[in-house]
Design a protein. Structure first.
Length: 310
């Protein structure tokens, strides 16, 4: 697919798929924004109606759209009589750090007066078609309250990923996950957010009849197993029978101290290392549903991470 080519969509009720130069009334198509610089102002107004930002900063952000990503995709509709066109929606596609075949979809918005007409679905279908034509195989996104809409489009809940966006220096994954931990009290009783407990390493001593799998330093003393260590003899109790104790101080002899245990209790489990916590934090909690999420955004609000294989 030509990265700059327009993508056409046939609206219900329209006849056939018109070419880019011969579009009928109501024809809808998508095009990369950097191929239509004349739409920068209208696109900035569309986005600022949903997320307030200065006009200059918004246009500066939209001007970064390019074929090498991030790429802003805009949805357009031909006006009545084939004259003029209407900006319907916008979506931005960015690369995903560490996943060559994935794109991150963000800033998805449809014009306020055009909502409820199916343009949101068409915008996402155009984003999917564009990504697939460029050789990508997965779309990722986040949402605060549109998870059911995206689920109807085939998206499923997923782990957090890192969008490259327009940054030249990527934020470490630990920084992203720091904003995506479950809020206090939201963890499921059957779900350990820290991840699975690492399996302890095997014993350094071979079993009877087995050959050792590693070298042992010569003359290195090996401590016997705890169960076979000799028990130290109990200290002798002083003989108090020969001591004359006044009758008013006479009491029953105190019970002897309990004998020492043959096997000392195991040492406490050490806390997980930083590497273990970083790897375990990628574990997918089993409590995630379309109604509840263990993830939070930078402001502490619940956020749903979703993906779709295309």
């Amino acid at each position: 697919i030509n990265p700059g080519a327009a993508l056409s969509v046939v609206r219900p009720g329209s006849v056939g798929a018109a070419g880019q130069g011969d579009m009928g009334d109501g024809q809808v198509w998508a095009v990369p924004l950097h191929r239509r610089a004349d739409l920068l102002g209208a696109c900035a107004d569309l986005m600022n109606a949903e997320w307030q930002r200065s006009q200059g900063a918004r246009i500066h952000s939209l001007e970064k759209s390019c074929d090498d990503f991030p790429l802003c995709l805009v949805l357009l509709r031909r006006g009545a009589g084939g004259q003029g066109e209407k900006l319907l929606g916008h979506a931005r596609l960015s690369r995903v750090v560490g996943q060559r075949s994935s794109l991150f979809v963000e800033s998805v918005v449809v014009a306020l007066d055009e909502r409820g007409k199916g343009y949101g679905r068409q915008l996402m279908e155009e984003a999917e078609r564009y990504a697939r034509g460029r050789g990508f195989r997965r779309l990722c996104l986040t949402t605060h309250d549109k998870q059911h809409f995206y689920a109807r489009l085939g998206f499923v809940l997923s782990r957090p990923v890192q969008s490259a966006g327009a940054m030249t220096a990527f934020v470490p994954m630990e920084a992203l996950l720091r904003f995506s931990r479950p809020a206090a009290g939201d963890e499921d009783d059957d779900c350990d957010w820290r991840g699975p407990v690492p399996t302890p390493p095997p014993s350094s001593l071979p079993l009877p009849g087995e050959r050792p799998t590693h070298s042992v330093a010569p003359h290195s003393p090996v401590a016997p197993p705890l169960a076979t260590r000799p028990v130290p003899p109990a200290s002798p109790q002083p003989d108090v029978s020969a001591v004359n104790v006044p009758s008013f101080l006479s009491t029953s002899a105190p019970p002897p101290p309990p004998p020492p245990q043959s096997t000392p209790p195991p040492p406490p489990t050490p806390p997980p290392s930083a590497h273990t916590r970083s790897s375990a934090s990628l574990a997918l909690p089993s409590s995630k549903t379309l109604l509840e999420t263990p993830y939070r955004d930078a402001k502490g609000q619940p956020i749903f991470w979703m993906q779709k294989d295309i």
